[in-house]
Ligand binder design. Sequence first.
Ligand SMILES: Nc1ncnc2c1ncn2[C@@H]1O[C@H](COP(=O)(O)OP(=O)(O)OP(=O)(O)O)[C@@H](O)[C@H]1O
Ligand SMILES: [Mg+2]
Length: 300
Amino acid sequence: MSHQIATLIAGDLGAPTTNKTAFLTIDYVIIELLRNVLQHSDDSLGAIVGAQLNDKGSHSDHPVFQVAVADRGSGIRATLSRTHPEVVDDDVALEQALWPYHSGAFAPGKAGGLENAGLGLFYISEMAKELGGRLLVASGDSALLVDPRLQHRIERLKVGFPGTLVAFEIPTDVPDDFDALFNKISETARARSPRKLTKEWLRFEAPPSHSQRFMINAFVENNEEALRLAQDRVIPRLMKKEPVVLDFLNVRVITQSFAHALLFEPVRYAWASQTPIFISNAQPVVASALRHVEMYAQDR
Ligand SMILES: Nc1ncnc2c1ncn2[C@@H]1O[C@H](COP(=O)(O)OP(=O)(O)OP(=O)(O)O)[C@@H](O)[C@H]1O
Ligand SMILES: [Mg+2]
């Protein structure tokens, strides 16, 4: 069925004018979202799938393919918290559902279960990012919108959905090399597979009073600034075993790539120098993104 829908909106896969990457991406997204409905949602009615080529109105000068799949089942938090009891709210559930090798179907630290690798939504979100598209995931009381045109590229919306709704959009004229896209995302997945922490060097408790504090809100989602802060100010202090505090006051949500730029190297230095990095004022959804970096950065 996914193939037929992709053909209806993107054209025949064999035709010379069809953008094969766009076609195969739509096909993949529909398959993975319907697999999720069948495997996780517990919705006896199944799901509704909508798909269209939108080249009218505000999209007349940048046509897009759009796909949405919605069920009214148990929602992401209920299923993910089966194996991840730390998932305490819908914001955190949505954030973690986008992690690679992370799933409600197998225990943390494993690379996969019988039927699941924990990769479906990760691939879908990376496809949206890599192809200049957008992604909305809504479940329970929360929704995450990933959109390169937003000031911070990601936004937490205070609207929910009784079940799970995923909406995906890509431009019709994406660069046509599906294998390269898929390989790139596989690499990222491998590099970001979370492993169980033996010791936590990100600390969410009150820091020592003499710690140097950095306010993150001033440059949130500016990855270059994050890298510069890490290299020039955080790592030198960790090497001298001086505690630092990263203060996330007024930060509502962060992308995985910003968390990565900010913390991947510092976490490795924290491990090496056995010096904690203190995190202040992180909302659960921000703390979750930071913890993810710690879980894949250790020992690499
Ligand atoms: N429609 C849904 N209803 C309820 N929970 C869902 C739904 N879709 C995803 N989830 C939750 O989000 C988790 C992550 O989904 P994702 O597709 O990324 O991985 P997976 O389905 O576990 O593994 P894979 O897709 O590799 O087979 C799922 O394990 C499940 O807990
Ligand atoms: Mg899946």
